[in-house]
Design a protein around this ligand. Structure first.
Ligand code: PHE
Length: 452
C-alpha cells in the first residue's frame, strides 16, 4: 500500500533540503565538542576505528530504517508507530518502545544539550573581548572554570538558548530554518578547514594525527566500545526518532539510501575535522587530551588567541557552533512537539513552549552539576554525568536496536522495499541483514559486555 499523503506539519521542499536539515540535526555539539573529548578519554585511535565501524555498519542501516518508518507514517514518531503497528497487526508495545521512548530520549538530551549550547553562546562574548589574545593555558582554563563554577551564568545562557529553540520551532521547521541551515552549514565547514589549517602550523599536527589514527587496542575496553557506539548514535541523531520525524516530511520521490549516505558522510567528515583541529593544539600547549567536556572550550580559544585575526574567527566560530547546536536542538524537540500538536490539537507555539519549559527545568539539574550540586552523585556520576550516560550509552543504542528489529522483523517487507527502492537486490539484502541481525546483535553484545 502506498502512502502518498503529506504530513500535517508541512513538508521539506526537496530532497536537498532534507539533506540539509538532517545534516543540521546530525552536525552539532556531538561532532565538535563531544567527539574530540570522548575520543581523548578513550585512547584516541582505537576508539575512532570502532566509531567509524559503528557508523558504517550500524548507523547507516538504522538511519535508513528511521527515514523509511517516518516516511511510511508521516506523523510524529508516536502516531507513526501507532499507524504502522495497526497496519501490520503488531503488538502495541512497539508504540512505547520506539515512539514514546524516542520522544522521551530526545527530550532528556535536549535538557542538557541546551546547557552546553549555552556555554558556546557565552564564548561568543568571551572571544568578543580580547581576553583570549595570547592567553596562557592557565588563563584559558580559568575562563572555563569560572563559567562552569557559576550556576546563574550557566542558567542564563541555558534559558536564552531554550527560548531561541522554542521560538524557531514555534514558527515551523520549514520557515526560516531551511534558509538558515543552507547558509550556516557551509560556513561552519569552512571555518573547520581554517582551524585545521591553523592546527597544521602548530608543529604538532602529526602528534595529533597519530593520537587519532594509531590503533592501540590495548587502550580499548568494552566500556570504550560502548562509548564509541553511543557516540555513533548520538552524532547521527539516531535511536530517538528525530530522523524518523524528519523523514515524515521527506518527499516521496527521494531515494533514501543515497540521501542517508550523504548525511552520514558529511557528519563523519565534520567530526574528523574537529579532531584534526583540536588534538594538535592540545599537544602543542601541553594540555591533557583526556580533559573531558571542557576540552574544546579551553583548546579552541587558546588556538584562536594565537592567530592574527583570531578574535574575529573565534566569535564567528562560536556563533556557528551555536547555530549548529540550534539546528540539532530543533530536531530534539520536534518529535514531542509534533505529538502534542497531533494529540492535544495545540498550536505549535503552545506545544513548543510546554516541552521547552519542562526540558529547561530538567536542564537546571545539569547546569548545577558543575557547581552547587557537584557533590551529589548517583553511581559515582553527577546528575549530568548520569543523564549523559543514560541517554547516550543506554537509551540511544536501545532505541536504535528496537527500530532495527521493528523494521527488519515486524514491518512488512513490502513496505520496506517500497520505501527504500534499492536498485540492486543484493543491496536490499545487505541492508536487511544489517538491521535484522547485525545491528541488534552488536548493540546487545556491546551493552552486556560493558556491564561485565
Ligand atoms: N547529532 C547531534 C549532535 O551531534 C545531537 C543530536 C542527538 C541531535 C540526537 C538530535 C538527536 O550534536
Amino acid at each position: 500500500m502506498t502512502t502518498r499523503q503529506a504530513s500535517v506539519h508541512g513538508m521539506w521542499s526537496s530532497r536537498l533540503v532534507f539533506i540539509l536539515a538532517a545534516t543540521g540535526s546530525a552536525v552539532g555539539l556531538g561532532n565538535i565538542w563531544r567527539f574530540p573529548y570522548v575520543a581523548g578519554e578513550n585512547g584516541g585511535g582505537a576508539f575512532v576505528l570502532v566509531y567509524l565501524l559503528c557508523i558504517a555498519l550500524i548507523g547507516i542501516p538504522i538511519m535508513m530504517a528511521e527515514v523509511l518508518l517516518g516516511r511510511a507514517g508521516r506523523q510524529s514518531p508516536i502516531n507513526t508507530m501507532g499507524q504502522l503497528v495497526r497496519r501490520s497487526g503488531a503488538n502495541r508495545a512497539w508504540v512505547y518502545g520506539v515512539g514514546w521512548l524516542g520522544a522521551l530520549t530526545g527530550f532528556l538530551i535536549l535538557s542538557y544539550y541546551s546547557v552546553f549550547a549555552g556555554m558556546a553562546m557565552h564564548y561568543i562574548t568571551v572571544m568578543g573581548t580580547a581576553s583570549m589574545t595570547d592567553a596562557s593555558r592557565e588563563a584559558a582554563e580559568g575562563v572555563f572554570a569560572s563559567l562552569v563554577g557559576s550556576g546563574p551564568l550557566l542558567v542564563f545562557w541555558h534559558s536564552l538558548f531554550m527560548v531561541i529553540v522554542v521560538l524557531i520551532v514555534a514558527r515551523g521547521v520549514k520557515k526560516g530554518l531551511e534558509r538558515a541551515v543552507k547558509l550556516l552549514m557551509p560556513g561552519l565547514f569552512l571555518l573547520m578547514l581554517v582551524l585545521v589549517g591553523y592546527a597544521m602550523t602548530t608543529g604538532h599536527f602529526l602528534d595529533g594525527m597519530a593520537f587519532m589514527f594509531s590503533f592501540q587496542f590495548d587502550k580499548m575496553s568494552w566500556a570504550g566500545v560502548l562509548e564509541a557506539m553511543g557516540q555513533a548514535f548520538f552524532t547521527l541523531s539516531l535511536g530517538m526518532a528525530a530522523i524518523m520525524t524528519y523523514g515524515a516530511y521527506l518527499p516521496d520521490n527521494a531515494r533514501i539510501s543515497s540521501t542517508v549516505a550523504t548525511i552520514a558522510s558529511l557528519d563523519t567528515l565534520v567530526a574528523i575535522l574537529a579532531g584534526m583541529a583540536v588534538f594538535p593544539v592540545v599537544f602543542a600547549n601541553g594540555l591533557d587530551p583526556e580533559a573531558g567536556p571542557g576540552l574544546v572550550f579551553v583548546v579552541l580559544p587558546l588556538a584562536f588567541g594565537k592567530i592574527a585575526v583570531g578574535q574575529l574567527i573565534g566569535v564567528l566560530f562560536f556563533v556557528l557552533l551555536t547555530f549548529a547546536a540550534i539546528t540539532s536542538a530543533i530536531s530534539l524537540i520536534e518529535p514531542a512537539v509534533a505529538f502534542l500538536i497531533e494529540r492535544l490539537k495545540q498550536t505549535r507555539l503552545m506545544a513548543a513552549s510546554l516541552v521547552g519549559m519542562i526540558a529547561w527545568t530538567v536542564g537546571l539539574g545539569s547546569a548545577f552539576s558543575f557547581n552547587i550540586w557537584s557533590a551529589y552523585k548517583f553511581a559515582d556520576m553527577t546528575f549530568l554525568g548520569f543523564l549523559d550516560h543514560l541517554t547516550n550509552n543506554i537509551m540511544l543504542p536501545l532505541g536504535g536496536a528496537l527500530i532495527a528489529i521493528f523494521c527488519g522483523w515486524v514491518l512488512s517487507q513490502e513496505t520496506c522495499r517500497e520505501q527504500l527502492r534499492m536498485s540492486k537486490e543484493w543491496q536490499y539484502q545487505t541492508w536487511l541483514f544489517l538491521v535484522r541481525v547485525f545491528a541488534p546483535a552488536a548493540v546487545i553484545l556491546v551493552m552486556f559486555a560493558s556491564i561485565w
